[in-house]
Design a protein around this ligand. Sequence first.
Ligand code: 3PG
Length: 384
Amino acid sequence: VLTMNELDLNGQRVLIREDLNVPVKNGKVASDARIVASLPTIKLALEKGAAVMVCSHLGRPEEGVFSEENSLAPVAAYLSEALGREVPLVRDYLGGVEVKPGELVLLENVRFNKGEKKNTDELAQQYAALCDVFVMDAFGTAHRAQGSTHGVAKFAKIACAGPLLAAELDALAKALDKPARPMVAIVAGSKVSTKLDVLTALSDKCDQLIVGGGIANTFLAAAGYKVGKSLYEADLVDTAKAIAAKVSVPLPVDVVVAKEFAESATATVKAVADVADDDMILDIGPQTAAQFGEMLKASGTILWNGPVGVFEFDQFGEGTKALAHAIAASEGFSIAGGGDTLAAIDKYGVAEQISYISTGGGAFLEFVEGKVLPAVEILEQRAR
Ligand code: 3PG
């Protein structure tokens, strides 16, 4: 695809689609990872002398109606602070935007616009008319074929990929196309059903597939262990068996259990064969963490999606913490993605030592599944 770096943007009107869909609490940005990741792109466009308009969605508001709750106002405030210049938030922009070369404005939530989700040509053409160059940089939303991600790229005079989108695609290709061996993937989360396509895709690619959370409980049940009151999916036991027949899925030898799912619950370490009928498995045990840790340290490539325990509660966070540190200590190429995973990386302070942290949640998973991202596909078509 064509990339923004290749283009002369001097004096050009440039519309950049970022994924600034960040959590907001009490009117303030609660996690800035996505905004921070977009800053180099925005700065580069300004340095190149462009008149810059940045757009994004936030949340899932009802179309055609403005709601304070989903306004990008907190993001505009954050950007103003981070860039040391006032970044105006423009509410009405479909008829045109006043912005001069070297200036920057943020356009209000694209999901307030009728036709954004349905990706109507009418709206897409309005976006396209705002700019000379459209830059798609929102990797986190590249799996959505919407007006501001896909439609506008169809109609814009020039459509290209921004540096963040390009970096995300490069990092994922490095991990998935010709991974340095051995490749170890961690796929954790509550349900096999929601991550089935990811598990299946990775079972063809990696050398070891570490599973965690409710997913691991279903694999334990498939191996004949009792999981007590733990979250697991009885109807997917055969599926788990089929996956474990294709790729090595190392199972926990010990687990951390509790009698209830609560912040105050008492954590007890047990051998996996000793789980009682009224136990809930809420983390991997220390022996398992050490074994998985050795595996991770010796790997050439690591792909991490999902914490292996209920790390929001400290007494069930030791497994995730140990794996986070093992990934950090590995010489191999490591890539991590998904909201919970990023929260765990933050909590255990290992961001610096992970080779690449993706800004994608759903987009990250779909890419790993081998699905085509529509907003990338249209850039490829335009490049041809
Ligand atoms: C995300 O947070 O995964 C992206 O911003 C996409 O948001 P959506 O699932 O509401 O389309």
